[in-house]
Design a protein around this ligand. Structure first.
Ligand SMILES: NC(=O)c1ccc[n+]([C@@H]2O[C@H](COP(=O)([O-])OP(=O)(O)OC[C@H]3O[C@@H](n4cnc5c(N)ncnc54)[C@H](O)[C@@H]3O)[C@@H](O)[C@H]2O)c1
Length: 351
């Protein structure tokens, strides 16, 4: 079952952890990593496994229909794990159409190819769509998102992911394509592009630059270590029920400002700075438009049905993450040069 697997977006943050896990844990599978290598994709993330005999990288765009058709015809995939996406909310506010193209059109192109090539035989086939908890909208102080929560996306990013989820479900109901979806909370860990909160803060603290925090830092997110997300994807891919949705979360809610303060404490310790030094870099900036207040995931179904649970406490995971960034300066320098600088100055104007 599932011998030749297409993983899309495998050069990105989460995708690279998923590719590594599958290549290392399943030597009898063939893993094809398809990635367009946008600003967020980086093959350095996978240099430790690039020469493994069960791994192959293909550069290409998921919105390119004839290319995707040809790829399916060549490789006869048994499974697809689809992570390729435009993934940053702030960028979706600047350029929504890019998100609609990749996240909606790209997903539809892949679904169509799977339907076309699997049509006669769905036995042992699976299309796994990786999505986000942001499709559920924003919570108040109480409550959790469950798999039954109605979709209420509020940013162009979450609207494009919600739309792609709907297409995946539509292919299941209309064409009986074997699909599964997971909706995960915020991830953190190594190889995270430094436009996102945690790597950005680590990078700036290290370089004594202001650490931008939106509004008053009151927004709450549920954080999950990226390797735990990759393990959840492995579990759902192999044991999940076709047609189902599984929520993935860390049972780990933090206000942005509390998280940044904890990170500052860890950085003071790691960089041997006097306690309180890094916290002085915190700078409140103009809030994100339509900033969702709180996300919190109820991952009970995944835990009860498939036995998955997060493996790390947040403090431990955060220290591991800081250690990785401090030991991989070269990686950070490569990804933060060039075009990223222009984006950065436009995004974080002072209040
Ligand atoms: N980061 C999170 O906290 C989080 C949480 C839940 C779900 N997700 C979902 O997980 C998936 C991966 O997220 P991430 O944070 O690793 O994103 P990322 O931005 O780090 O990586 C996305 C990857 O997709 C590739 N890509 C983009 N457009 C493409 C296209 N048109 N064709 C082929 N490849 C393309 C990029 O080159 C990059 O390697 C996304 O679908 C995202 O919605 C992310």
């Amino acid at each position: 079952m599932h011998n030749t697997i297409l993983i899309t977006g495998g050069a990105g943050f989460i995708g690279s952890h998923v590719v590594r896990l599958f290549v290392n844990n399943y030597p009898h599978y063939q893993i094809i990593n398809l990635d367009a290598l946008t600003y967020a994709g980086n093959l350095e993330n996978l240099k430790d496994i690039k020469d493994k005999p069960n791994y192959k990288f293909v550069k290409g765009d998921i919105t390119d229909e004839s290319f995707i058709d040809e790829l399916f015809a060549t490789h006869q995939f048994d499974g697809v794990i689809h992570l390729a996406a435009e993934s940053h909310v702030d960028r979706s506010i600047m350029d929504p159409l890019a998100f609609i193209r990749t996240n909606v059109m790209g997903t539809a192109v892949l679904l169509n190819a799977a339907r076309k090539y699997w049509k006669d035989n769905y036995e042992g086939k699976l299309f796994y769509h990786v999505s986000t908890d942001e499709v559920y909208g924003s919570l108040g102080a109480e409550g959790f998102f469950t798999e039954e929560t109605a979709y209420d996306p509020r940013s162009p990013y979450s609207a494009s992911k919600a739309s792609s989820d709907h297409f995946v479900n539509a292919y299941y109901h209309t064409y009986h394509l074997p699909v599964v979806i997971s909706n995960c909370s915020n991830n953190y860990g190594s190889n995270h592009f430094p436009e996102k909160l945690i790597p950005l803060a680590i990078h700036n603290i290290k370089n004594n630059k202001p650490v931008p925090v939106y509004g008053k830092g009151e927004n709450v997110r549920d954080w999950l270590f990226v390797e735990d997300h990759a393990r959840a994807i492995d579990t759902i891919f192999h044991k999940g029920r076709v047609g189902e949705t599984y929520n993935i979360g860390g049972f780990n809610e933090w206000k942005n400002i509390d998280l940044i303060n904890l990170l500052c404490m860890i950085m003071d310790k790691k960089l041997q700075r006097a306690p309180g030094t890094s916290a002085k870099l915190i700078t409140f900036v103009k809030d994100r438009a339509g900033h969702d207040l709180r996300y919190a995931i109820d991952a009970t179904k995944l835990n009860k049905e498939l036995g998955w649970a997060p493996s790390l406490q947040f403090e431990e995971g955060l220290e591991k993450t800081v250690d990785w960034y401090l030991a991989n300066e070269e990686w950070l320098e490569h990804v933060t040069s060039g075009a990223y600088q222009d984006y950065y100055s436009e995004q974080y104007q002072k209040r």
